[in-house]
Design a protein around this ligand. Sequence first.
Ligand code: MN
Length: 262
Amino acid sequence: MKILVVNDDGIYAEGLWALVEELRQVSKILVVAPDREQSGIGTAVSLHRPLRINKMRPLIAGIETYAVEGTPADGVILALKYIAKDKVDLVFSGINKGSNLGHDVLISGTVGAALQGYFYQLPSIAISAAHNGKAQFGVAAKLARLLAERLQNETVLDHFLWSINLPDLPLDQIKGIEVTKLGRRSYGEEVKGRRRPGGQRSHYWILRETPCEDGEQGTDIWAVRNGKISITPLQTDLTGSSPAYLDDFCRPLLQGLRQSLG
Ligand code: MN
C-alpha cells in the first residue's frame, strides 16, 4: 500500500509529521505539501501560473518528500499525475491544526486537498484536530493509522471522501466517535481595519474568532463540542432543492433576452 500525505498548513507543520510518523508503520508514504501555510485556500487549483516542485529533506528519515509552490490541491494533482512512481491507494490530508466543521469544509485547504484525491477515485480522508493552545495530534495520528490498517484489509476499496475532526482532548476524556452530517457555520467573520500613521485605513484583516452556535444533534459541530470524534462522509453534489417558484421565475428569461437584444 502507498499513502499520499498532504496538508494545508505547510511542509513543516507539526500535524503533518505526526501523521506520517504513524502511517509509515503501516504503509509506504509519499509526502507532497505546500511550501507554506495555505489554510483557507479551499479547493483552488493554479491554472495561470507555473508550479515548482522541490524535493526536500524529510523531517523523518527515509520519507519521500516534496514541497510544492502551490495550493494543497495542486500538490495532490502533481503527486498523482507526475511525482508518484507507483500507484497511490489512499490520500490523507492533515493533520490540520484547528477544526474544519460545518460550512468551513468549503474553504478548507485540508478538505480541498482530500477532494482532489476523491476526484481521482481514491479513498481520501481529511483529518483535523481542534486546538485551544495545544492540538492533540497524537490521538488523531493514531486514529489515522488504525483507519489505514482497516482499509488495507478491505478487499474492495471504493473511493470516498471523509472529513474527520477531533476534539482538543486527551484520549481518556474523549466521549465517543460519531458519524455525523455537516453543521452550519462554526465561525463568524470580523473585519478589522488597521490605520496608517497618517490616519487613513490602509488594510483590512478578515478574522474568524467568533464561534457560532449550532447545537443540532448529529452534526459535526455538535459532536466536537461534546467531546466526541466526528466522521463526516462528504459528497460533491451541491445541487440544491428547487423551490416551486423557480421554474416560473426562470422560464420567461429567454423571451426577455430576445426582446431586449432583438
Ligand atoms: Mn490549515
